[in-house]
Ligand binder design. Structure first.
Ligand code: HEM
Length: 200
């Protein structure tokens, strides 16, 4: 057991194996007619979508609830540990989780047959596509902020690309403000995402 828990790769494989066992158990429950069909594949993509979304928003909230507020409490000589080691690792997983969340979300909308209706905020007159469309647009704005505002500014702020002291400070502030914007948007975005399941 310790081998599984001391190696992250094995831990993730362990989680996947348990999920496969769960699928096998669930598909054999009385009255369950399991089939690898369109409905099941759509469900699997929704599960992958929520997994990616949790990784993305979890790291966004880590940055906003833990890292940023506690930076002033860290002695200057220890700050490079955050700036040079922790933050780049967080940003790697954060931006790729944002990407996979967007891609899997668009796939789910397409497989559910309402991609265009949702993008146009309910052009079919259904409140479900309006609600999920609002969630999708809010999340798409957040994805744009991650890739085209926060990441380029963080690259300057963390010294991954060359920048002078003034532009480093300005970039760090811009990245922080957009990260805060995403934290603000994440609350109504998640409301819309989840509400869509209860509106027909
Ligand atoms: C980036 C753009 C995103 C798109 C295009 C998108 C799209 C979708 C779609 C189409 C659904 C299925 C809704 C339904 O049929 O009822 C959905 C559900 C959901 N999404 Fe997103 N989403 C995005 C971002 C996010 C993010 C960032 C999160 C954060 C955790 C998230 C969490 C969820 C949750 C929890 C559900 C409900 C799953 C369920 O109740 O079974 N989504 N999303």
């Amino acid at each position: 057991m310790t081998v599984i828990l001391t190696n992250l790769k094995y831990t993730v494989i362990g989680g996947i194996v348990l999920t496969v066992i769960l699928i096998a158990v669930m598909s054999n429950l009385p009255g369950e007619r399991f089939a690898v069909d369109h409905a099941w594949l759509t469900f699997i993509f929704r599960w992958l979508h929520v997994l990616s979304g949790v990784m993305w928003i979890g790291l966004l909230w880590y940055l906003n609830f833990v890292q940023i507020p506690n930076m002033p409490n860290i002695p200057d000589e220890h700050k490079p540990a955050i700036g040079k080691v922790i933050a780049p690792a967080v940003l790697f997983w954060f931006r790729w989780a944002a990407m996979t969340t967007l891609i899997t979300g668009l796939i789910v909308a397409y497989m559910n047959g309402y991609l265009l209706e949702a993008i146009t905020l309910g052009s079919d007159g259904a409140s479900k596509s309006t609600i999920i469309g609002i969630g999708m647009w809010l999340a798409a704005i957040m994805w744009f902020n991650v890739w085209f505002v926060i990441w380029p500014n963080q690259k300057r702020a963390l010294g991954i690309v060359e920048a002078d002291v003034d532009s480093k400070a300005a970039s760090a502030r811009t990245a922080m403000l957009f990260s805060r914007t995403n934290t603000l948007l994440s609350i109504p975005m998640l409301y819309a995402m989840v509400a869509a399941q209860n509106i027909y």
